[in-house]
Design a protein around this ligand. Structure first.
Ligand code: 5AD
Ligand code: SF4
Length: 446
């Protein structure tokens, strides 16, 4: 049987989709190739959220066409996911050597289309149609044989799509409208993962906390998302539950309160704020004000003083003035995010922001990005220093990515801790004494 190499760009949803594709192909008898040169099938699972991600995948495919085909003239090359969805046939026209272009509702069809291409029943395939029920197909995980190390953590996709239509964002166009899986289906998948040794589950969705708003609805004053967390929480042997990414607007009091009540729900919230200026938030169509965001962080920290708060911020949205930008700086100082992902605004075609007046020059965006980066880095480093001398509970995930002689674990509030220890501790929840820190990582002793 052929071997496959899947390369992933973009977010955790894409990582998860790629894993499900790989698991699906392994179940059909494929093997996983160690790199693209040795693969019979190379699939690029793409991201469209910023132009740079699209360019990376396009350049990669350009070089694959030259290189991989030299080693293996019959190799099959495909684009999957968001850029495949938004560009479709155009990708084939641009790169005629590509065999397969499959959109975001077609991941479960990869095997069948590859069969057709390998058997030469079809020359090329482009399929970016909508498919009812496709959100329920992202449920296969890589088994131990497929995985290099025994996994301790897993992602579970609970929904697809987004109805928010933030004016800068291409996701509602690439991922479609919100569709959710059932609480039972998700809980069964989590149960299976825990049976296979998984200790921590991260529930994934574009706006994870609007899960089931329409299809399931509230019960006993609890949103569908809280009902889901409660259901997963009951699984024996599961240690931790995370989720990403929520939308500030969907953070009801029932979810805030759940942190205080459900011990497996860890003290961490990734809350994309995007800007500190109400004028920008309004133009971005975010659906909250700066004050409401600050109040939400306050409520979360009141329930859990240890709450790790992360965010995403866009710098240089059309029309952003120095004053607007300073509101973002002051918000960062006020909230003191533990971790902030800072993005330079990227003009995405067909989004409302792409045709707004006052698109800012690249140089100004870069300048502001650097200023914000310096502030956010300093805040993060200072906050990390507060942990030195403390004891923290960590889940030991495996060998350190930074130093293979050491182990790596994660605190409940999502800080990475590197320390020395035996491999047999992998998968265990233990205490570490934090001894030192760099700008991004804590170092400790078991
Ligand atoms: N330009 C820059 N950043 C963007 N994001 C989404 N769309 C854009 C864009 N057009 C960022 C947002 C979002 C994160 C996943 O990517 O901050 O939260
Ligand atoms: Fe994009 Fe906004 Fe939906 Fe997030 S909430 S995926 S930023 S449209």
């Amino acid at each position: 049987m052929p071997s496959v190499f899947v390369k992933t760009y973009g977010c955790q949803m894409n990582e998860r989709d790629s894993e499900a594709v790989a698991a699906q192909l392994i179940a059909k008898g494929y093997s996983l190739a160690p790199d693209e040169k040795q693969a019979d099938v190379v699939l690029l699972n793409t991201c469209s959220v910023r132009d740079s991600a699209e360019q990376k995948a396009l350049n990669k495919m350009g070089s694959l066409v030259g290189q991989t085909r030299k080693h293996n003239p019959d190799a099959l090359l495909g684009f999957l996911g968001c850029m495949a969805q938004s560009r479709g046939q155009e990708l084939m026209d641009q790169l005629p050597d590509v065999d397969l272009v499959l959109g975001t509702q077609k991941f479960h069809r990869v095997g069948q289309y590859l069969d057709d291409l390998l058997a030469r029943r079809r020359e090329q395939v482009v399929d970016i149609e909508e498919e009812k029920g496709s959100e329920s197909f992202i449920r296969e995980h890589l088994s131990e044989e497929g995985d290099k190390s025994r996994a301790v953590t897993a992602y579970v996709s609970i929904m697809q799509g987004c109805n928010q239509f933030c004016t800068f964002c291409i996701v509602p166009y690439t991922r479609g409208r919100e569709r959710c899986r059932s609480i039972e289906g998700i809980t069964d998948e989590c149960q299976e993962l825990v049976k296979n040794g998984i200790k921590e589950i991260t529930l994934l969705g574009q706006i994870v906390n609007s899960y089931g708003k329409r299809e399931i609805g509230p019960k006993d004053g609890k949103s569908a998302f809280v009902q889901l967390i409660e259901s997963v929480h009951q699984i024996d042997g599961l240690e931790r539950i995370r989720f990403t990414s929520p939308h500030p607007k969907g953070y009801g009091d029932d979810l805030v309160e759940a942190y205080g009540r459900l011990p497996k729900l860890v003290e961490n919230a990734h809350l994309p704020v995007q800007s500190g200026s109400d004028r920008m938030l309004n133009l971005m169509h975010r659906g909250y004000t700066r004050q409401r965001f600050v109040d939400l962080v306050g409520k979360l920290r009141a329930v859990c003083p240890e709450m790790g708060v992360g965010t995403d911020i866009i710098v240089g949205f059309p029309g952003e003035t120095e004053e607007d930008f300073e509101y973002t700086l002051s918000l960062c100082k006020e909230v003191e995010f533990d971790n902030a992902f800072l993005f330079k605004y990227s003009r995405r075609r067909d989004t409302p922001a792409a045709s707004m007046p006052d698109q800012l020059p690249e140089k100004l965006i870069e300048e502001r990005h650097a200023r914000l980066m310096e502030l956010a880095d300093n805040i993060r480093a200072r906050k990390l220093e507060d942990y030195v001398g403390r004891k923290m509970e960590i889940l030991i995930e495996g060998r350190s990515r930074r130093n293979a002689d050491r182990l790596e674990g994660r605190t409940r509030c999502n800080k990475i801790v590197v320390f020395e220890g035996s491999e047999r501790f992998i998968g265990q929840v233990m205490e570490v004494q934090i001894e030192s820190t760099t700008k991004t990582t804590l170092y400790g002793r078991l």
